[in-house]
Design a binder for this molecule. Structure first.
Ligand SMILES: Cc1ncc(COP(=O)(O)O)c(C=O)c1O
Length: 467
């Protein structure tokens, strides 16, 4: 599972080189030092050390030709920008003595319901639990078939399998990376009970034909909007279209907590009621169990932090959109030459760029990734092994070739660094390195001097990862 090993995850604060392309961002006086994406949220590390993914001045070097370093994600920079508010909120909760659910959680539910234009929101302990709870509330049972893409994070399929239901993997559209509605309609059988469109990387799947299919076949729709809080489809938020939408507050998400957290949004009062009790062992009244539920309560601390961050989400999303436009401008000439394929915001959708994922055709993706890693530009592959080819689903009978678009995407995708605070210089560095790999220069970026020196390998460089 990408991201399961914290030591392989790097999200860091800047190296403080200042100035020219490929230098790190200005170091904030208040932010914590480098840390990994998962660790940053689990514990804010006040370390002074610099991540191997952050540029550091070379002995005798100048700022302009310093070795590059661009982290995939830098939670420290975000934290530094809201530190006082977050710490005040955390302190307030610590002093309150109420640590599970509570008023902050209820307030967050209301705020998320408003943000997603849903009547009800129910908080839970993770995006994974949100999916599991949604399927439980919809009455998915052993043997039921559930349609979902294979090109997604494991949790989407794990939730189905944990209920004894059968994941039926559907191929994707190459441009949205979401479930192909035509392939979905071909996969329906009398046992099909639900469909889970996943809004991957921050852009909605092609929802309307999927919703029409679900309506005609009597299927429940669970939207996996874990990566897409704030994304819009025909002006309406991701997660608010189906029976229930599931969100994750994993730290690398656009609205990330400082630990795990999740939310379910729905227009249906009956489902909201079931979800409320399923997340607390099926209890409405304490110690009286109407159903067999799970323990999936949201920590009050997470709710308080998320409420602080929610106020910034639109501004952060706007910054991600600007960063995506910048990459598009920098890399356009390489796309015109057919060297790579840039991600697109599709008509009638707002992409919120949880990930900026390019495609490298011709079997060169891994070589490019290694080239970038040698230059301390951090990238990730979401996801290298599609779910239909995972060992745990071998008995479902899929083979290489079963889902061609999914398998092609898995071989070609490469996620570039993107986060609200990424600097223009960092993006120019990323683009310059990609261009150099292909023997070109990036649009408007002179070839930096460091590219003419042999790359310096960091022994600690490992795959940076979020999810
Ligand atoms: C598409 C998708 N679904 C579900 C999840 C599960 O969310 P969580 O990590 O909060 O359990 C994630 C999170 O990484 C995800 O990216």
């Amino acid at each position: 599972m990408a991201g399961s090993n914290p030591s392989q995850q790097h999200a860091s604060t800047g190296g403080g080189l200042g100035g020219g392309p490929c230098a790190g961002p200005p170091r904030s006086g208040t932010g914590p030092g480098s840390t990994s994406a998962r660790e940053a949220a689990a514990r804010v590390v006040p370390a002074a050390t610099s991540s191997p993914l952050v540029g550091s001045a070379q002995p005798g070097g100048t700022q302009a030709d310093a070795a590059p370093g661009v982290p995939l994600l830098d939670l420290g920079r975000q934290y530094a920008s809201i530190q006082d508010e977050v710490e005040a909120a955390v302190l307030r909760v610590l002093r309150s003595g109420q640590y599970v659910l509570g008023p902050d959680c209820r307030a967050l539910e209301q705020e998320l319901a408003a943000y997603t234009q849903c009547r009800h929101a129910v908080a839970c302990a993770s995006g994974t639990d949100a999916l599991l709870l949604a399927l439980m509330a919809l009455g998915i049972r052993p043997g039921d078939e559930v349609l979902l893409p294979s090109f997604t994070f494991f949790a989407t399929a794990g939730a189905v399998a944990r209920l004894g239901a059968v994941p039926v993997f559907v191929d994707i559209e190459p441009d949205s990376f979401g479930m192909d509605p035509t392939r979905a309609s071909e996969a329906v059988t009398p046992a099909t009970k639900a469909v889970i469109p996943v809004h991957l990387y921050g852009q909605c799947a092609t929802l309307e034909p999927i919703l029409a299919l679900a309506a005609s076949q009597g299927l429940a729709v669970v939207e996996d909007a874990a990566q897409a809080l704030g994304a819009l489809y025909r002006g309406r938020p991701a997660g608010g279209w189906g029976d229930v939408g599931c969100y994750s507050f994993y730290p690398t998400k656009n609205l990330g907590g400082m630990g795990d957290g999740g939310m379910l949004c729905t227009q249906r009062a009956d489902l909201a009621d079931k979800l409320q009790i399923l997340r607390v062992h099926g209890m409405r009244q304490r110690y009286y169990h109407e159903a067999v539920g799970i323990n999936s309560r949201l920590d009050t601390l997470q709710a308080a932090v998320l409420r602080v961050k929610l106020a910034y989400l639109e501004a952060w999303t706007a910054a991600r959109i600007r960063a995506a436009a910048r990459y598009a401008a920098l890399l356009a000439p390489l796309e015109r030459e057919g060297l790579l394929i840039l991600p697109r915001e599709l008509p009638d959708r707002r992409h919120v760029w949880n990930q900026y994922v390019i495609r490298i055709p011709g079997g060169k993706r891994d070589a490019l990734r290694a080239f970038l890693q040698e230059r301390k530009v951090s990238t990730e592959v979401y996801y290298p092994v599609p779910l239909h080819l995972q060992a745990c689903f071998a008995d479902l009978g899929y083979r290489p070739g079963s889902l061609p678009e999914t398998e092609r995407a898995a071989a070609e995708v490469l996620a570039l660094p993107i986060f609200a605070e990424i600097t223009e210089a960092e993006q120019e560095c990323v683009a310059a390195c990609i261009a150099a790999f292909f023997g070109r220069t990036a649009q408007g970026v002179p070839r930096p001097k460091f590219l003419d020196r042999p790359a310096q390998r960091s022994v600690q460089d490992g795959p940076a990862a979020s999810r």
